[in-house]
Design a protein around this ligand. Sequence first.
Ligand code: ATP
Ligand code: MG
Length: 689
Amino acid sequence: MSEAHLEKLNENQRRAVEHGIGLTDAAIGGPLLIIAGAGSGKTNTLAHRVAHLIVHGADPRRILLMTFSRRAAAEMNRRVAQICALALESNALALADALHWAGTFHGIGARLLRDYSEQIGLDPAFTIHDREDSADLMNLVRHQLGFSKMESRFPTKGSCLAIYSRAVNAELPLEEVLGGFFPWCAGWSVQLRDLFAAYVEAKQAQNILDYDDLLLYWAQTVSDPLLADDIGGRFDHVLVDEYQDTNRLQASILMALKPDGRGLTVVGDDAQAIYSFRAACVRNILDFPAAFNPKADIVTLDRNYRSTQPILAAANAIIDLAAERFTKNLWTERQSSQRPRLVTVRDEADQARYVVEAVLENREGGAALKQQAVLFRTSHHSGALEVELTRRNIPFVKFGGLKFLDSAHVKDMLALLRFAQNPRDRVAGFRLMQLLPGVGPSSAQRALDLMAAQPDPWSALSEMAPPPRAGADWTAFVEALMQIGSAAAGWPAELALARLWYEPHLERIHDDSVVRQADLLQLEQIAAGYPSRERFLTELTLDPPDAMSDQAGVPHLDDDYLILSTIHSAKGQELKSVFLLNAVDGCIPSDLGTGTTAEIEEERRLLYVAMTRAMETLDLLVPQRFFTHGQHPQGDRHVTGARTRFIPAALLKFFEIAAWPAVRPEAASAVRARQVRVDIGARMRGMWR
Ligand code: ATP
Ligand code: MG
């Protein structure tokens, strides 16, 4: 065995990696917290720690590793295998899949709940609702209770779900959630209580779990000491990345699994806490050390290995103005004379053009598209850019927007698989039945009611009379469903059956069915990578694969593509060049929130997260006019953009200030304009030499 894998680590990283190893009792040390700023090597250290544990004899099947996304888990698995290979000086060990339990909290929860379904009285065939399905079910219940027809406006399905979810995840009473976060809905607390009770009942009757249930049921399961012991006993080591964005339920699950903290390692940065809108609780990480007796060991890291000094200085300056912060500023040895750029553009169309030009210049200079990312606060901010990229034939992949899985035809196919898996899933059934000509909402409801009333919904479906105008289509639907549901064809062969049934409907409903058919083939290819229908549905719902990433192996995309991502989805990533769209007040901070200090502070951290993704160049774009895209309470409009308040005048010195296009009416001096243009060119070319 060699220790070569430890050589690159700095002293504190190494201390974290070796924590507890070499002690007498089977190398399981006490609780450990690694807390440090962006790019200081937290995730890298965690990967080394896992590998080091394995190299020192820990059983990889008894390691539970939880990351923020499935993508991050896959990357972690790869790194761990690589480091192990280095340490053991052999590639023979195929450790790539050795970490059986690497995934997201929700994904791991789903797997454990299926394992323990019998003990907790859950039907293991449960299906999982994504946020949209959950909102649809909430809506259905809302209608049934007559709340949608109230005189004054009852909260929308989206608001109802947000309130419900917040109460569940933060473990807070409804009144407190309403008063604190949704004051405009406070008058509806009685109705909301009824609605939520009915929603919970509907989920149970339909054998459905939503995202929140995965954590809630898991927490409930481990609140039983015997089960907690049993589940906790399956893992010698439990490690969590991005701990600052966990919520109270997640923390309580961890504490139940490892009450004394032995074998527990958590990693995070309070300055990057950006999920409090989903009830994440930054106190989890701050309170972690004191939750144990004796207290957890803390390792802090202070050197940033990711960004050049000017980028880091600007990011530090912005987060320095934060009201509260535990992690300290970082330093770096990566010198550069290039400050991050703050570029004023006329509008979003110019913003898109600027980004495309700059990206292409970077590519000419040797930076692949994949090493560049365009980030934005909310998914719809990239609209103009997507149009421009398409026009210029530049391939791109968008994260955080879920374009592919959100499209109607893909949702139809998934609904078919889900309904075949769980015939009590009304949202899926409702969607499918209405694809049939002659079946409207009321006949679909009737059919679903008949199914729900029977102990065996399948026989209820096959025996019922088809809706009057549906005839042969109905029969074909029932047959296809039965065939798939029986699993006779096997996985993934049944996907072809599903497509065979669906294609005629696709052609009838959509004019562009050829394009959509290609999507379905793509879906089939992605699906074939999963061992079973159930695993496919679970993982796809919880954390969709980057439909077009290398792992998913999508054939019709070029190998190189530009990355478009919400800031939230860019967490933990790093790229040579980063562009941030709409660095204006109203976008960041977003004007969607209630504007409380806590919310504004979270937006500041978001900007910090965005900026600290950049390794070599960073451009913040400030359009002077932008469109509100359905986000403005008083209707869509063009509004005048002002630079984000997080970069006050005093911080301008950290940036290179520019305007684009160079010749603007207000930049009257031709000489100045020319200089700006020359600067841009020089930067783009010089950077990659
Ligand atoms: P974030 O807060 O954004 O998640 P992080 O703290 O997890 O960042 P990493 O992504 O682990 O940071 O590391 C950032 C970069 O620094 C990576 O490219 C990593 O390989 C590199 N790095 C980390 N530690 C070292 C080291 N000791 N020597 C050289 N490079 C390092
Ligand atoms: Mg990280």
